[in-house]
Design a protein around this ligand. Structure first.
Ligand code: AMP
Length: 392
């Protein structure tokens, strides 16, 4: 079975092709800056990387160019587009409708469209990717895998806000949670590594977006993002948790428009707002050079993670392992050390040398004698999507 995984964003499109059940992709790639004159496709087969600069006016043109790379020339991996059996789509928001992957039909598409209102920055681009793939792979089955689905197991007392009930019942205002595919993947890897399907896990996804989840027995019990991906941890450019009155103050006395508040919270806050860069590598360098803003930003970033570790240890009534993943979580030893500081009370003790050592794959960086494991597990959302497609 050939499974083609597509992650369609507003101006980019990522893809991987799997020949299932082989979990190593045959190829992967990225179409960037769709709609601009400087669009580029990076296509990787094994260790060989090809770059193609070309005009890509639309998602359709981008995916057509990818199909040519897959099916044309001496390096072709497929005889023609009909050889793709399944297209797996990442869709950000599945609302309360989708608690797992869905075979896409007219009703599923209508529901994804219904959710544009709740995810205006993401679902329209995901939807567009589905329509383009339906045209380019008319014989394939199309599957949607939702970022929110894994968190549909949250109990109601965890997902409800203390707002008038009508706002939940009529407007669907509640915690949804995001990054579900990543939390699900690393939680599964961790439970398998521990040999304990009922493991109590705190998964910490630290990338450009950041979120945490409390997971037991493969079920998400709470997560730090909320109604939108703005809530919770300090992120690259997003604020995370904030007193709602700050918004009222911005919109009222300070005269901000809705648009300005949205830009502020989504694009100008987080580490960018605190330290001047959204990239933790820059913040680390600035810290090493003695920059006080960078030091404070990192303190705030780590403090928030530690607060959630405490909260989720309470949610889980104990802890078997902490899991770090994504760009920062997998690579930044200093952030991991700060996030685990002064948590011996919970059985968390980092081994400094193991934390600093670089190695591919799953790593245990806890002190051998510690009560609780601390793991670094590279996330792989594309593989998780392919697995869910195959299972469906
Ligand atoms: P992601 O969203 O998972 O792709 O993560 C992207 C973020 O990971 C970037 O913005 C960087 O801040 C961070 N990152 C990537 N590599 C490193 C590294 N070696 N050290 C620290 N942070 C890193």
């Amino acid at each position: 079975m050939n499974i083609f995984v597509v992650n369609s964003g507003s101006s980019s499109l990522k893809y991987q092709l799997f020949r299932w059940p082989d979990e190593q992709p045959l190829c992967s790639g990225l179409v960037e800056r769709i709609g601009s004159a400087q669009a580029e496709i990076t296509h990787q087969v094994g260790p060989a990387e090809q770059r193609h600069a070309l005009a890509v006016p639309s998602h359709e043109a981008g995916l057509r160019a990818v199909v040519r790379l897959l099916t044309d020339g001496p390096g072709a991996l497929l005889p023609d587009p009909a050889a793709v059996d399944v297209v797996g789509h990442r869709v950000v928001h599945g609302g309360e409708f989708f608690g797992g992957p869905a075979l896409i039909d007219a009703a599923v598409k209508a529901e994804i469209k219904e959710l544009f209102g709740l995810a205006p920055l993401h679902n329209p681009a995901n939807y567009q990717g589905i329509e383009v793939a339906e045209r380019l792979f008319p014989g394939a089955r199309q599957v949607a895998v939702f970022d929110t689905a894994f968190h549909q197991t949250l109990p109601e007392y965890a997902f409800r806000y203390a707002l008038p009930t009508a706002l939940y019942a009529e407007q669907r205002i509640r915690k949804y949670g995001f990054h579900g595919t990543s939390h699900q993947y690393v939680a599964g890897q961790a439970a398998a590594h521990l040999g304990n399907p009922d493991a109590r896990l705190i998964t910490i996804h630290l990338g450009n977006g950041c979120s945490m989840a409390a997971v037991r027995g493969g079920r998400s019990l709470d997560t730090s993002m909320g109604f939108s991906p703005l809530a919770g941890l300090v992120m690259g450019t997003r604020s995370g948790d904030l007193d709602p009155s700050v918004l009222l103050h911005l919109l009222g006395p300070l005269g901000y428009t809705m648009e300005q508040v949205s830009t502020l919270l989504n694009k100008e806050s987080g580490m960018l707002g605190l330290a001047g860069s959204n990239d933790l590598r820059d913040v680390g360098r600035a810290l090493a050079a003695g920059d006080a803003r960078a030091a404070l930003a990192l303190d705030i970033y780590a403090y928030r993670i530690r607060q959630y570790i405490g909260a989720y240890a309470a949610v889980l009534n104990g802890l078997d392992a902490l899991v770090f993943t994504a760009g920062v979580g997998e690579n930044d030893a200093l952030v991991r050390a700060r996030a685990c500081q002064n948590l011996e009370f919970f059985g968390l003790e980092l081994d400094a040398a193991r934390n600093e050592a670089r190695a591919p794959g799953l790593r245990d960086i806890s002190h051998p004698a510690a009560r609780v494991r601390i793991l670094v597990i590279p996330t792989n959302e594309e593989l998780e999507i392919a697995r869910q497609c195959a299972a469906l």
